[in-house]
Design a binder for this molecule. Structure first.
Ligand SMILES: [Zn+2]
Ligand SMILES: [Zn+2]
Length: 113
């Protein structure tokens, strides 16, 4: 009995060897999947908020739109409901992981230009 161990670790397809701005793609990913606008560390309406019950992140402005006057947010992605802390969107936790990334990237941009 022979075990087939064909683990190819060679990544010979090096098509993306331009070496320029390889990180820009991840910056584009930092956007709200509802309104497709980028999250912002400074603009309140674009600040990323976590829906505590499911862990999805939506921007402040979109959560406001979704909830209208309700005290509960229904996640636009998985439809789970999250109770609004103190009945206001403002009290939903910010996604500091995303905010941190944005700030890092802004810093990098400033250093380059
Ligand atoms: Zn949004
Ligand atoms: Zn969700």
């Amino acid at each position: 009995m022979k075990e087939k161990k064909v683990i190819v670790v060679e990544s010979s397809e090096s098509e993306e060897s331009d070496g320029e701005g390889g990180d820009q793609r991840s910056y584009n990913d930092l956007k709200c999947n509802v309104c497709l606008l980028k999250y912002s560390a400074t603009s309140k309406n674009r600040s990323p908020r976590i829906l505590a019950n499911c862990g999805h992140t939506v921007c402040f402005g979109c959560i406001k739109n979704i909830t209208a006057s309700q005290k509960v947010v229904r996640c636009p992605f998985c439809k789970k409901r999250t109770n609004m802390p103190h009945g206001t969107v403002k009290k939903l936790p910010k996604n500091y992981a995303i905010i941190g990334l944005i700030e890092e990237m802004n810093k990098e941009k400033n250093e380059i230009s």
